[in-house]
Design a protein around this ligand. Sequence first.
Ligand SMILES: Nc1nc2c(ncn2[C@@H]2O[C@H](COP(=O)(O)OP(=O)(O)OP(=O)(O)O)[C@@H](O)[C@H]2O)c(=O)[nH]1
Length: 202
Amino acid sequence: MAKQYDVLFRLLILGDAGVGKTCLLCRFTDNEFHSSHISTIGVDFKMKTLKIDGINVRVQIWDTAGQERYQTITKQYYRRAQGIILVYDITSSHSFQHIVKWASDVDEFAPDKVQRILVGNKADEEQSRKVPKEQGNKLAKTYGMEFFETSACTNCNINENRTMTYIAKTFYDLKATTLEGDLVDFNVFRGRVVLIENVASL
Ligand SMILES: Nc1nc2c(ncn2[C@@H]2O[C@H](COP(=O)(O)OP(=O)(O)OP(=O)(O)O)[C@@H](O)[C@H]2O)c(=O)[nH]1
């Protein structure tokens, strides 16, 4: 039986403490920027509805704490993510080197087919840059990820077809063209998405 749903995608933002994960999320959902760093405790989320190909797509974005001590909690959220945004700070070599560790956690705890993108944030801080853009590009290529440099501060590369919109759209395209093999496939009916449950999953 076909049911009607709004499409919902769950995205997860990962990266070291202080790279700007919460700021990226606030910029994306509320178009706000806060200059203070209030560490996220565990996880938090915000929602935003995007229009993709004329369809309302609800994106639920989970913001995770970068601090090591919350890792046990945050890892529990990996397995429900459909897209993952790995963030480093272009002014911090350490946060960039650490991406390898975040990516290996994703391999271990997230679903196999999860979509991933790499984001180098704080691109407005060119004078303090420690990670050349080419290095970001190279690392992203190694993992087969798309790469963006962003600034939550100046609102660069976050909205429109960038970062989170990009990853939601990629996922949507993937699902829309996957007719079999996954739990669901999508059809568009009167401007809404009809989710057809795969017989194999019933
Ligand atoms: N210059 C500049 N500063 C930024 C940018 N994004 C975030 N910041 C600053 O970086 C600091 C940390 O930002 P948060 O968004 O709180 O960092 P976080 O990654 O969520 O940190 P945790 O919650 O501890 O994991 C804050 O002081 C922000 O104002 C940016 O694009 N440019």
